[in-house]
Structures are given as structure tokens and as C-alpha cells.
Design a protein around this ligand. Structure first.
Ligand SMILES: C[S@@+](CC[C@H](N)C(=O)[O-])C[C@H]1O[C@@H](n2cnc3c(N)ncnc32)[C@H](O)[C@@H]1O
Length: 398
């Protein structure tokens, strides 16, 4: 029997994390309390014993997070990555804490996520319309996170069409990076032969061909991006053209970069700004939850945000969310598996924190937040598939 896509563990996440085996997850996503002091269904105010001043609040929040992040580091596979949602309240403190525990060289990005496109109208400052996603590799060298996406590839970036209709764009075969030159990459400095009339390119002379050396725009010697055997293997992916540059006309060689490459899927590197129109907003997230359970949680994340993150990892990633809240991560895992046939699994952890008296959640009959997580993940298993299991907090990896 394959593992269920979703598993829930009710309990304090620190206790649960301590019982999870080392290296047992590929992706950890968390959305911890932001320490806003707001009245949510759960507690979002860390005053601690060190007084109510700002520094005391930050220290209390950091003291809560530190052992949990140390455990997160332990339970992540060497090839894995950690992503944390956070806003201006604690981003500076969290960044330093993660630099300490994960190492600053493992930072993959501090992504700006535009979850509130209209902007927060309250307060003295600018209308905040974003929060952050801090992403760290467990070990940068071994990390399998591919910071690119299939869904952001734009057809308009491939303006040309081959006679058979396949779309492509032209990229210079010359390596335009000045770091690469005949001294640093001698095996990639060789002449090729090309005919701008037929477009044909080869590594040996042929009738009607001109000899072409790789050069930078200022005429200094450069190198090709492809080796000679690769050029010979893929003539259909190359094109010889006559081009007009600042130094007059010359013959040059281009790669035909296909929108739909014959092997694999085209991906586009993700930028560090993720727009609400791409990943959803807090309003979208509230609507998603409302459609399943009602408006029982004030600050869920949109499944689109998690789907984008999941896209950067293999489709059998073992995912952990130990501040699960309304269960968005588990929902996104099920949606991703249903869409691409993947075998991702997700363990969600949330404490039985009582819902605030008078909150929508309490009025809807959810006595604690764990009841909300459980209810959504059950509904997801019914509606999307993949099954649902619950494990006791003293044996979370059973
Ligand atoms: C910001 S919410 C997460 C929201 C979630 N990402 C979603 O989309 O619904 C933080 C959650 O962490 C839970 N939580 C806080 N401290 C916890 C702890 N020590 N152990 C387990 N869960 C905790 C809270 O009950 C709350 O549900």
C-alpha cells in the first residue's frame, strides 16, 4: 500500500520534531506565528518573561523558534530545503537565526510574496502589500531544489518559428560571459564553418562555408558554449546568420532554443518576486478555505504559493509542515499529485491550541486549531484523493 499523501500529527511541534528520524524530509515549509499581536484563531503574540518591550518580544519569539529550527535542520535530508513564510515583524531576526543554524551560504533566496496586492491601509508607513519566503538549502552543493518553474515559461519569449511550426528563440553560440575565454576554457576555442544562405553549421569545411571564430563584440577572442562533438551531434539546433554589428557585417552562429525541447520540459528561472496574480493572495486563500470548511481561519496561505514551491522539488518529495494551521500545505501536495501523477507525501503538525473565544473557528464548533487542520485534510482526501492518516504525537514516524 502506498503511503497516504497526507498525514496529520496533533501536538506541540517541538516534541513531535524530536521524535522524527534524522534526514526524513526533502522539503520543510512553515508559516509560524508572525508575532503581530493580532487576534487570530491562534496565538500570535510573544511577550515572554523578558518584558513587553520590542526587544523582549523579538527575544521571546526567537527563543521559541530556535530549537524548532535546529530540529528542522536535523530532520531535513542533505538534499533538502527549508522555506519559511514571514513578514516585517520578525524577518530580520529570522534571517539572522537561519544564517546561524543553516549557514548564510545556504541561502537560496529571500522571496517577496505579494499576498496583499491592495496593501495594508492601516498604520503610519507605506501600505505593505508583501511578505517574505526565506529559502535555505540544507547543503547547497547537494540540494535538489531547482529554482525554476514550468508554468512561468512564456510563449512570447520564443518569437521565431521553424518551417515545421516549432517555436524557438536565437541564442548566441558564443559564450558572452567574459569569464570564459581561450585561456580559461581552451577546449571551447576552435573554428567552425557556416553558410548564412543555407544556415548550415559544421566543425569541418564544406562548400560555400566561411570559417567562423568565436569573438567578443570588441573583436577579442571568445569561446563557444558547445563542444565540437555536441555541435556535430545537433546541427538542427544551430543556425548560421549574417549579422550587422558595430564593427560591420559578420557571419555568426546561433543556437535554436526550442520552446518545447524534444527531451524534457522547458523551465524558467523564478525571480525573487512572486505576484498575487501568479500564486494567489490572502483573499484567494480565505476563499479556498471557505469553500471547504467556511471562514474559520484568518491567515491561511494560498495553495498556489505552496504549489509553486512544490514545483521546485522532485515530484516524490517528502514534505513537512510543522505549523500547519488550516492545512494548506497538505492541500497543495494533494493538488500537485492529482495534477501530475506525483508521489509527494506531506506530514502536517499542529498543536491542539484552543481557538480564541468568539472567533469564527470557535463559533463554527472548532474547539482547537488541530480540529481545523484535521477537518481540511480529511476533506481534501475525499475531494482530491490520496488518503489521510493520523499518527499519535509520541510515534509520529510510525
Ligand atoms: C500562521 S499559522 C499557519 C497557517 C497555515 N500556513 C495555513 O495556511 O493555514 C501558525 C499555526 O501554528 C500553530 N502553532 C503555533 N505554535 C505551535 C506549536 N508550538 N506547535 C504546533 N503548532 C503550533 C498555530 O496553532 C497556527 O495554527
Amino acid at each position: 500500500m502506498p503511503a497516504p499523501w497526507n498525514t496529520f500529527v496533533e501536538g506541540d511541534n517541538l516534541e513531535v520534531l524530536r521524535l522524527l528520524p534524522e534526514g526524513s524530509f526533502d522539503l520543510i515549509y512553515i508559516d509560524p506565528p508572525y508575532n503581530t499581536g493580532n487576534e487570530f484563531a491562534y496565538r500570535d503574540d510573544f511577550r515572554g518573561d523578558r518584558g513587553t518591550g520590542r526587544s523582549g518580544r523579538h527575544a521571546a519569539w526567537t527563543a521559541m523558534m530556535r530549537p524548532r529550527l535546529e530540529q528542522a535542520h536535523r530532520v531535513l535530508d542533505r538534499r533538502g530545503a527549508l522555506a519559511i513564510s514571514i513578514d516585517d515583524n520578525e524577518v530580520a531576526h529570522l534571517r539572522l537565526l537561519l544564517d546561524e543554524i543553516f549557514g548564510e551560504t545556504n541561502l537560496l533566496g529571500q522571496v517577496v510574496v505579494n499576498l496583499n496586492p491592495k496593501g495594508r491601509q492601516l498604520g503610519r508607513g507605506f501600505a505593505t502589500s508583501h511578505e517574505y519566503l526565506l529559502v535555505y538549502a540544507r547543503e547547497l552543493r547537494d540540494c535538489v531544489l531547482d529554482a525554476s518553474s514550468r508554468t512561468t515559461v512564456r510563449e512570447a519569449d520564443f518569437p521565431l518559428a521553424a518551417p515545421d511550426g516549432r517555436r524557438y528563440r536565437r541564442l548566441p553560440l558564443r559564450n558572452t560571459n567574459k569569464k570564459f575565454n581561450p585561456l580559461t576554457a581552451p577546449t571551447l576555442h576552435f573554428p567552425v564553418w557556416g553558410d548564412p544562405v543555407s544556415g548550415r553549421v559544421a566543425t569541418a569545411p564544406f562548400d560555400g562555408a566561411s570559417r567562423i571564430e568565436p569573438v567578443f563584440g570588441d573583436g577579442r577572442p571568445a569561446v563557444w558554449r558547445w563542444s565540437a562533438p555536441r555541435i556535430e551531434e545537433r546541427p538542427d539546433d544551430l543556425e548560421c546568420r549574417l549579422v550587422r554589428g558595430t564593427r560591420g557585417e559578420r557571419v555568426d552562429v546561433y543556437q535554436r532554443d526550442w520552446l518545447h525541447p524534444p527531451h524534457g520540459h522547458r523551465r524558467k528561472k523564478l525571480s525573487t518576486i512572486w505576484l498575487a496574480e501568479e500564486v494567489g493572495s490572502t483573499d484567494t486563500a480565505v476563499a479556498e478555505l471557505k469553500a471547504i470548511l467556511g471562514p474559520v481561519f484568518e491567515s491561511p496561505k494560498p495553495t498556489g504559493l505552496l504549489r509553486r514551491l512544490l514545483e521546485t522539488m522532485p515530484d516524490d518529495a517528502r514534505v513537512l509542515d510543522f505549523f500547519a494551521g488550516s492545512g494548506t500545505t497538505g492541500h497543495a501536495v494533494a493538488l500537485a499529485n492529482a495534477a501530475d501523477g506525483g508521489r509527494r507525501t506531506c506530514v502536517s503538525v499542529n498543536s491542539a491550541e484552543p481557538t480564541r473565544t468568539g472567533s469564527n473557528a470557535a463559533r463554527a464548533g472548532y474547539a482547537d486549531v488541530a480540529a481545523i487542520t484535521r477537518a481540511r485534510l480529511r476533506a481534501v482526501a475525499e475531494g482530491v484523493g490520496g488518503g489521510f492518516a493520523e499518527l499519535p504525537s509520541d510515534a509520529p514516524s510510525a
